[in-house]
Design a protein around this ligand. Sequence first.
Ligand SMILES: *Cc1c(COP(=O)(O)O)cnc(C)c1O
Length: 400
Amino acid sequence: MTNKELLSVAEEFGSPVYVYDAEKIISQYNRLTSAFKVNELRIHYAVKALSNISILKLLNSLGCGLDTVSVQEVKLGLEAGVDPSKIIYTPNGVSLEEIEEVMHLGAQINIDNLSILEQFGSRHPKVPVCIRINPHVMAGGNSKISVGHIDSKFGISIHQMPHLLRIVENTGMRINGIHMHTGSDILDIGVFLYASEILFETAQQFKDLEFIDFGSGFKVPYREGDIETDIEDLGKQLTKKFEVFCKSYGKEVALVFEPGKYLVSEAGKFLAKVNVIKQTTSTVFAGIDTGFNHLIRPMFYGAHHDIENISNPDAKTRYYSVVGYICETDTFGNNRQISEIREGDLLCFSNAGAYCYSMASNFNSRYRPPEVLWYKGKAHLIRERETFEDLTRHQHILEF
Ligand SMILES: *Cc1c(COP(=O)(O)O)cnc(C)c1O
């Protein structure tokens, strides 16, 4: 999307506003599907990254399935018209009741602990389940998003395989898939390939597999010169290993991935207006009309989001600290070199597609921003800005 197009979106829908470029989502999907030339490839988009129903519909129209972590996400997927057979449900630490509710909705259940596996298998031995394995491979950008290490709460440890096999045998349940998801922002495809070896080895112990799910963790670039997961190289190498596995397994199974970030991160821009320029003795602050209530990743993970001044792009650059309006430390970027900012200018945050709107809140009693999908050269409002009623709707107000 051009600066002019982005400015027109802010003009029409106000600020702050999230804008998603459908073209970019489609091209990322196509890039991923071209990288893996296997008999059957299934891509399940991780709904938690960005769960707007129109985004789910767009991906569904491409043939993409969904990866979900709550019964509510499953219901959003069904609302979007996704066939339940194309929805994988990979919860962590949820109740048996919720898992059974999802089972009745028809989604593929993925279980990540032995206790629930045993209870579920005893009650529903005919329902095939996928198991989430923890291969204990250290991966991921930082400790908050790395989930495969030894003391991680995710997955069933490979060291508990004998116990797991005993449960499967005793209950007579059928394991139709195995899964791993070792974390986000994996830089080194070697780590991924190493974990895949462990998964292939584990897979040999189950005779009814229909798919092997490698989760996600593909890293996307956040700034110029950033390393990203080399999907094409990973595609070549993993495809080779996968073919060898299928031969020795004696059956073609499907290769599954569950990318969130990879599909939607770069497609998203977040636009915010500069309310005030505050010059102190050491710093120039640009205070904008939003805060970590709308985009929490910088404060939560120390994530980097490029920030550009799209209403004054060709001016001389200066150094700014871009800060939000929340009454707590609320910094989007320190000492950023940005084209001269004037009050009223519009700033554009990159990589605002994944884990931005979906993590937004009403902290400070602010409204969550609208979401716009840029599709075929036009802006489509896919979620309105909240209103005061949204803040009061569920409150029961006592009189004193
Ligand atoms: C979050 C998550 C994903 C998506 O991770 P990304 O880094 O956004 O690609 C995939 N699978 C599972 C089980 C997840 O929890």
